[in-house]
Ligand binder design. Sequence first.
Ligand SMILES: [Zn+2]
Length: 203
Amino acid sequence: MEEVFEKIKSDLSMKEVAAHYGLVIDRGGMACCPFHEDKTPSMKVYEDHYHCFGCGEHGDATSYVARMFGLRQIDAARKLSEDFGLRLFEDRGFAVPVSRAKSESQVYREWLKKSTETVKNYYNLLKEWKAKYAPHDHYTEPHKLFIESITKMSYVEYIGDILKFGKDEDRKDLYHNGKDIIDKMQERLTLAKGTVTVSRNAL
Ligand SMILES: [Zn+2]
C-alpha cells in the first residue's frame, strides 16, 4: 500500500490538492488554516506538505484530506485517487495499458507539472543571462542574451504565475489555447543547452 501514498506524492502537489478542496492560497503560499479559528493566514502550503504556525497542524496531501474529511489515511488516499482520477485502487488484472488508461485530467495534470518546470527553468535561465551578460558600459552593443532576458522575463513570470497560482479556468485556457507558448520555451531551453555545449567544445 505504501506505493499508493508514494504515487499520490509524486502525482499531486500539496497546493493543487489544498486548492481543489477549497483552500485559498496567496502568492506567498500562505492560507487561513481550516483546522483552527484563523483570521490571518498562518498556514504555509509548500509543494509537498503544509504547516500551520498557529495550531501546529502539519502533514502531506493525504493527511490533509484525512483531517479535512475525518477519514483514515487509506480512505483519504482513495478519495484523492477518485477525485483526481489517479486510478490507484483499480484491479490491476483488468488494467488497460498505461498510455490508454490516462484520463483527460491526468494528461492535463502531467502537462501542468511539466509546463511549470519548463517555465521555471526558462525564467531562471533568463535571470542568469540578465546578470551574466549585463552591459558594462553604454558604448558597447548589449549582448543578445541580455536583451532576450530583459524583454522576456516579465512575460515568462506572468505565465509562471498562471501555472502556479492562477485560477483553474486560466490554467485550462492556457492548456487548450496556449500550449505552443510553453513548447516554444522548451525549444528555447533545448537550443540554449546546445549552445552551451557547443561553446564548451569550442574552448
Ligand atoms: Zn492551524
